[in-house]
Ligand binder design. Sequence first.
Ligand SMILES: *Cc1c(COP(=O)(O)O)cnc(C)c1O
Length: 395
Amino acid sequence: MANQEEPRMGTRAVWGGEEGPMWQGATQVPVVHSVSFGYADVDAWCAVAKGERPGHIYSRNSNPTVEVFEEKVRLLEGAAAATSFATGMAAISNTLFTLLSPGDRVVSIKDSYGGTSKLFIEFLPRFGIAATLCTTGDHDAIEAEVAQGCRVVYLESPTNPTLKIVDLARLCAAAHRVGALAVVDNTFATPINQNPLALGADLVLHSATKFLGGHADALGGVVCGGHELVERIYHFREINGATLDPMAAYLLLRGMKTLHLRVRQQNESALRIARFLQAQPQVAAVFYPGLESHEHHDIAARQMRGYGGVLSFMLKGGYDAVRAFLPRLRYAHLAANLGPVETVAGPPATTSHVECTPEERAALGIPEGLVRYSVGIEDTEDLLADLQEALAALS
Ligand SMILES: *Cc1c(COP(=O)(O)O)cnc(C)c1O
């Protein structure tokens, strides 16, 4: 009986996509660097090319290592299909350019990832596609905007960098009432903490660069959903050419085997650190959905199994305090990244919203005095002591 059960998340992270026989009995996924795949028999070649038989033709389209990566994420998100990309932004832009046509409208939130906001503000309008960006926490306003009609509702939760929570079930239902597709960027939550497809989303996407890979050594992106939608996005990607490299796929796969362990530790540390920061006199505000004081803690508790490894906080003293504080951290890379095993910290101006001008950041409601803190898998006590020392130097 046990073998008939759906494997749980940790087992999916370890074994997902890797149960079949591999080359020469290898127990680890081989990195297939081959650009093309040869066939002695022309009829067999044709059958694969036409999609009548499984196999690979050319690595821009498909590759055995990359396919295992797609399969592992597909299983973690409980999706019918998945396709991968060179980066998270490639996943997002390929998805939007596949789904949208001139005259269409997309409804999204002001707190989308900086690069995504750029697509909405700078690139899509040039193709006659309008983007309406709503105030992130205002569910009534977003619902009213969606009810006006649109092709795509594009959501993210928790958001970057102020960790706002969007009610995914509610807004996916609103999208479906007007025949729109609901797309969710699940990068911050990870499939360990949240599965948007189970909440009604049509597509879920990730920057695999962040938590999925978890070691800050490979870029990648992925989209999961129903067969028909994912096939359309895959078709655009194979022509557009934003293909995931096999070596990157291997590194991401290797990282994903510990996804559940890392995220469990990061959830636990982030909550303790958020509670600690809340009690510090140098801290003006802490943003973390696991805090009972968070505006939408109830929604987060309903749709997430853990609250994730990213938090942010505002120091009294604004940007000057941030500049003095950050270099004092011993256990944090000051870098534009999140989700790896090491703690990473930085201000939005050089991380999530580096693509935006100060005016655009202000318009998006992102305070310049904010610190984004991505909790690694270090011992929580060491991170707490590190923060305490860096804060003490401010007063
Ligand atoms: C980093 C990030 C992206 C973009 O991913 P890249 O792999 O850097 O292209 C998209 N969405 C979110 C939420 C991110 O954090």
